[in-house]
Design a binder for this molecule. Sequence first.
Ligand SMILES: Cc1cc2nc3c(=O)[nH]c(=O)nc-3n(C[C@H](O)[C@H](O)[C@H](O)COP(=O)(O)OP(=O)(O)OC[C@H]3O[C@@H](n4cnc5c(N)ncnc54)[C@H](O)[C@@H]3O)c2cc1C
Length: 203
Amino acid sequence: MSDTPKSPRSTVRRAPRRGTYSRDDLLEILDEAWLCHVGVVDDGAPVVIPMSCWLYEERLMVHGSPRSRLMRLLLEGAAACVTVTHLDGLVLARSAFHHSMNYRSVVLHGVATEVSDPQARGAAFAAFVEKVEPGRWDRIRQPNDAELRATTLLGFDIDEAAGKRRTGGPVDAPADLSHPVWAGVIPLALTRGAPVRDGAAVE
Ligand SMILES: Cc1cc2nc3c(=O)[nH]c(=O)nc-3n(C[C@H](O)[C@H](O)[C@H](O)COP(=O)(O)OP(=O)(O)OC[C@H]3O[C@@H](n4cnc5c(N)ncnc54)[C@H](O)[C@@H]3O)c2cc1C
């Protein structure tokens, strides 16, 4: 698949070898995300808000109450910067300076657009629930009109975006390689724990 076009603000300048503009790479990083951070300017000052997110038809979706400040700003067309980060490991070097982190991240610039078509909204919400648990959408009670009215659904196109990845071990200076301390990577991953039943069922 094609690359996203680079714009001046979506070009990775620091450690550019770690940057990616491949749409496939960006979609892969975004698809794994449960959480994004949406940054906007409100009344002249930046605010960055954590939000659940998911991919639907190659757009990054967020949802929330139409009464939320963030949703209102996005609906008004606020320019946004959305970030997603996966922390994959702690990189322990022999020198303090070369300690690092392994990660995959995306920084996306854009203006959200509302998804208002009822069928598209249903399909997008279903995609989110299916991500939570495949097969769940058909087993749960479907949203009613009041719930749908209370939920704004917005999507960001992945047009102006860059990804960045660090993998591998520490990059110590040759002179430090004999320093007698453990060096390497401690992998980190977000994993699902054992399910805990809620116990609130009414027979
Ligand atoms: C993991 C996660 C997932 C979430 N998913 C969603 C979602 O899908 N949809 C949704 O609408 N909301 C979600 N939230 C809540 C979201 O972060 C906001 O609190 C909410 O959307 C209200 O935004 P607002 O701009 O209207 O907040 P306001 O209440 O207007 O914000 C005012 C101030 O409150 C503080 N504040 C607001 N939110 C937070 C926060 N999360 N943590 C600490 N301080 C905060 C900040 O100082 C902010 O400037 C999620 C939060 C988390 C942590």
